[in-house]
Write a protein that binds this ligand. Structure first.
Ligand code: HEM
Ligand SMILES: *[C@@H]1O[C@H](CO)[C@@H](O)[C@H](O)[C@H]1NC(C)=O
Ligand SMILES: *[C@@H]1O[C@H](CO)[C@@H](O)[C@H](O)[C@H]1NC(C)=O
Ligand SMILES: *[C@@H]1O[C@H](CO)[C@@H](O)[C@H](O)[C@H]1NC(C)=O
Ligand SMILES: *[C@@H]1O[C@H](CO)[C@@H](O)[C@H](O)[C@H]1NC(C)=O
Length: 327
């Protein structure tokens, strides 16, 4: 990559969202909001799960060098990007939905709406269109000029994580214990692979035994879905109502029916249990906390040069070696 990059000191500025604001595209692309939502509505009809898959992109984008669409960049001969990172490979999906949003936007206002902002708007719509809350998003992000697999590997948590570890990780991003529990409620929609739970079914923490926190009836069901020699790409639902954004996820956790270890641990560990209980009985409280968490996560930025990509998968080709919009 450009050697000039080494001159930029990349550092996390959480909450320093001074440039981000509501109505950022109201002059330059007033239809952006409705165009994004229209594409998401079509995606919902075509494949309901794709809305969960798109919403997950916000987490995997914003935690790695801020919300800059770095995870959308395809690998090149000189750049090993984030798509093959441990948490993403054979797992992140529905990149084509983001492409469709981008194509629709480029037709109406070319070169205006960043891919990073598309992820934020599309994630909001994914939640709303599956029955969750609606909120106004701040916009004005730029797309990164590069991506690195290691940057994702160094940050993104494993499904084996326990609540103590996750609390510490989220704190590094200025996200509270309540934010962690609320944002984990995103697992109210979508699916996960047997690959992500096989250890907890047969060898939790190297014990040779299953995770004792799993409800026995639910474990029978999981054992059937994911026997030891199964194709580990087979998927199961993250909660009992996987296409409806609601607080069923938290009711499942209280009943020992969480899918991932990182889910169930939120009820098992005392530091997070109270929030799980509260959200399981009060959906309004969950929605409110979830919105707050998504906005905070969307505020994560890094001081680095950026651009508005024309194609979310590749950086624009610059005639000059210098970035178009140093931030
Ligand atoms: C708290 C730490 C978290 C961990 C350890 C975690 C881990 C995972 C794992 C392992 C999967 C399934 C991957 C697979 O088996 O292929 C998954 C799916 C998912 N995650 Fe998370 N996640 C976390 C937080 C979040 C957050 C904060 C969001 C969004 C706000 C999110 C949204 C999703 C969604 C929507 C899915 C389903 C995607 C689909 O069906 O394609 N997760 N997560
Ligand atoms: C951390 O988040 C709080 C809101 O929860 C906010 O008031 C504060 O400014 C943030 N701090 C930083 C350093 O971003
Ligand atoms: C939680 O996970 C961390 C990191 O893997 C580990 O060091 C710690 O012992 C675990 N805590 C408990 C109580 O299991
Ligand atoms: C369970 O995990 C431990 C530690 O990783 C390993 O030593 C042991 O061989 C595993 N047992 C089985 C039955 O896979
Ligand atoms: C899942 O499928 C992919 C692509 O077909 C394959 O490369 C990978 O090895 C499979 N993963 C598991 C855990 O079976």
């Amino acid at each position: 990559m450009c050697p000039l990059f080494s001159l930029f000191i990349l550092h996390m500025i959480t909450g320093a969202a001074a440039q981000l604001r509501h109505g950022y595209y109201s002059e330059t692309c007033p239809k952006a909001k409705s165009i994004v939502q229209d594409v998401m509505k079509v995606a919902l009809i075509r494949e309901p799960r794709s809305l969960a898959s798109v919403m997950r992109l916000q987490f995997h984008d914003c935690f790695v060098n801020g919300c800059d669409a770095s995870l959308l960049l395809d690998d090149t001969p000189t750049m090993l990007g984030e798509k093959l990172a441990l948490a993403n490979i054979n797992s992140l999906r529905s990149y084509e939905v983001v492409d469709q949003v981008k194509e629709a936007l480029e037709k109406v206002c070319p070169g205006v709406v960043s891919c990073a902002d598309i992820i934020i708007m599309a994630s909001r719509d994914a939640v709303y269109l599956t029955g969750g809350p609606y909120w106004e998003v701040k916009l004005g992000r730029l797309d990164s000029l590069t991506a690195r697999k290691e940057d994702s590997d160094n940050v993104m948590p494993s499904p084996r994580s326990n609540a103590t570890f996750l609390i510490g990780l989220f704190a590094k991003f200025n996200l509270s214990v309540k934010d962690l529990v609320a944002l984990s409620g995103s697992h109210s929609i979508g699916k996960a692979r047997c690959f992500s739970i096989i250890f907890r079914l047969y060898n939790q923490s190297g014990s040779g035994r299953p995770d004792p926190a799993i409800d026995p009836k639910f474990r029978q069901k999981l054992d059937k879905l994911c026997p030891l020699n199964v194709d580990q790409n087979i998927t199961g639902d993250l909660d009992a109502t996987p296409v409806k954004f609601d607080n069923q996820y938290f009711r499942d956790l209280v009943a020992g029916r969480g899918f991932l270890n990182s889910d169930q641990t939120l009820f098992t560990f005392p530091e997070t249990r109270e929030f799980v209980k509260q959200f399981s009985i009060d959906q309004g409280k969950f929605f409110k906390a979830f919105v707050k968490g998504m906005i905070k996560m969307g505020d994560l930025t890094v001081d680095q040069p950026g651009e508005v990509r024309k194609n979310c998968r590749v950086v624009n080709s610059h005639s000059s070696k210098f970035p178009m919009h140093p931030s």
